[in-house]
Design a protein around this ligand. Structure first.
Ligand code: ADP
Length: 475
């Protein structure tokens, strides 16, 4: 259908239109519940009449929210593909230009086209760019413009009551909290579905999808390798997993091979991990003094992890590659459900102090750096959580409807109790690091030397190192 295909280019370049996406739910893996929810939507979209007789109407809008690269766009295309309807898409950020009136006109245009070819799907990516809360800070300017665009979207959503022009809108965002509540009201985005990062099982399923068109030695080897990669890719998105496989295939091709083997996969994985570090955060090259500070920080965190082992989420390895306020220590995927006792939470507060305390001990109070700046603040947040949310402290359960009420009635008590926890945590942290000073230095030196060390190496040092007895620290 030429007419449809050319729409994208001629009158509104920012809208892309596809007669059929050809994408199906088989292309999406790893989050079965998301698929189940959307399969239902597709059924209603396809057999609207039957469902309407039962009083079931197609949701007007479905909002998919979750981190980038988790397959939201893919899902929107799959809805269109499965239902066999055309797909119109635009990105929220493209609507917004400096010329007043453009955003609203573009929204109108997009919907007019979609309606012309109804039933159809309209996909708006990054909907937060246009649908951010009104009256908030005007980040990046264009506030009025955006607001008009948002109002137009609301009008469009409210407009197609008549079921013969069935257009379903799929929105995607990674900032649900930023959206204007008006968008989420009944009859607009009726359904919100969270699309999260995949679990290990999910990652394996996604890897299988993207390994379909790649050569391996054998089915067994392929399965084994994919399992290995799935284990090592905690917090990877679907898009990142796909990248690992593609990169591995490219590396293999460079060696004139038409099959992917372990070496290429591991190399590709390393490269993908590398892109995290050099990605959006401003990461400084770790050398000289900075490298030493990071080494001691990581060593201190490692020691505390050994001292208060966390069976639900053991640490796996750390390195001195990135210089950032955020620790480089890596952890395994949380096992089972986390069952935290009060002592676990209190120990967690102690652990959070480590970056600051170790800097004090090694470099001195007058030579602290920003690397550990947020550590005590984080420990304070944990203490507040323990006091205000868990009901496990001397204050008991704290019930107040507003933060203001709470501060009026309990403020001084909360502050005093937090001080008490913090004082103890700081002291305890000092004492542990002094007791294990020898292990601390060994781990830090090994880190500077080898750049990366594993949990096994750390445990070995922790168990063997001589200790310097310290007076007991009591809560
Ligand atoms: P988002 O819209 O959430 O940012 P995309 O849909 O653009 O993510 O994902 C980019 C690509 O990553 C997809 O086209 C697909 O190839 C791959 N991908 C992401 N998530 C998955 C998944 N759950 N299953 C299979 N492939 C996925």
């Amino acid at each position: 259908n030429l007419e449809l295909g050319s729409l994208g280019q001629s009158r509104a370049r920012f809208i892309s239109a596809e007669e059929s996406t050809g994408v199906t739910f088989d292309d999406f893996a790893g989050q079965e519940y998301v698929k189940r929810e959307l399969e239902e939507v597709v059924r209603i979209l396809k057999d609207g009449k039957e469902f309407e007789e039962l009083g079931i109407y197609c949701p007007k809008g479905v909002l998919l929210y979750g981190p980038p690269g988790t397959g939201k766009t893919l899902l929107a295309k799959a809805i269109a593909g499965e239902a066999g309807v055309p797909f119109f898409s635009a990105s929220g950020s493209e609507f917004v230009e400096m010329f007043v009136g453009v955003a609203a006109a573009r929204v109108r245009d997009l919907f007019a086209r979609a309606r012309q070819f109804a039933p159809s799907i309209v996909f708006i990516d990054e909907i937060d760019a246009i649908g951010a809360k009104r009256g908030g800070p005007d980040i990046g300017g264009g506030g009025v413009e955006r607001e008009q665009g948002l109002i137009q979207i609301l009008t469009e959503l409210d407009g197609f009551q008549s079921s013969n022009a069935k257009v379903m809108v799929v929105g995607a965002t990674n900032r649900l909290d930023m959206l204007d509540p008006a968008l989420l009201r009944k009859g607009r985005f009726d359904k919100t579905i969270s699309v999260g990062l995949p679990t290990e099982e999910g990652r394996l399923a996604i890897l299988r999808v993207h390994a379909r068109n790649k050569g391996f030695n054998s089915e067994e080897e392929k399965e084994e390798l994919l399992k290995e990669i799935a284990q090592q890719t905690y917090e990877f998105s679907g898009a990142e997993l796909q990248n690992v496989l593609n990169e591995a295939a490219i590396l293999a091709a460079r060696k004139d091979k038409d099959i992917v083997e372990r070496a290429e996969l591991l190399e590709a994985l390393k490269r993908q991990e590398g892109t995290f570090a050099t990605g959006e955060e401003d990461v400084v090259d770790a050398s000289g003094e900075a490298r030493m500070r990071i080494a001691y920080r990581e060593a201190a965190i490692a020691l505390l992890e050994c001292y208060f082992p966390n069976p639900w989420r053991p640490f796996t390895k750390t390195n001195v590659r990135n210089i950032d306020t955020y620790p480089n220590m890596e952890f395994s995927e949380p096992k089972n459900r986390v069952f935290s006792r009060k002592e676990d939470m209190v120990n967690h507060i102690v652990r959070a102090c480590a970056p600051r305390i170790v800097e004090e001990q090694i470099f001195g109070r007058d030579h602290l750096s920003w690397i550990s700046g947020s550590a005590l603040g984080e420990a304070g947040v944990l203490a507040d959580y323990l006091i205000l949310r868990t009901g496990m402290t001397a204050l008991g359960k704290v019930y107040y409807r507003t933060q203001q009420d709470l501060m009026i009635h309990l403020g001084p008590k909360v502050v005093a109790l937090r001080d008490e926890y913090m004082r103890w945590a700081v002291e305890k942290c000092h004492s542990i690091l002094k007791e294990y000073r020898s292990a601390l230095e060994t781990i830090a030196e090994l880190l500077m030397d080898k750049e990366e060390i594993t949990a096994a190496e750390i445990w070995e040092i922790f168990k063997k190192a001589p200790r310097i007895p310290q007076p007991e620290v009591r809560p």
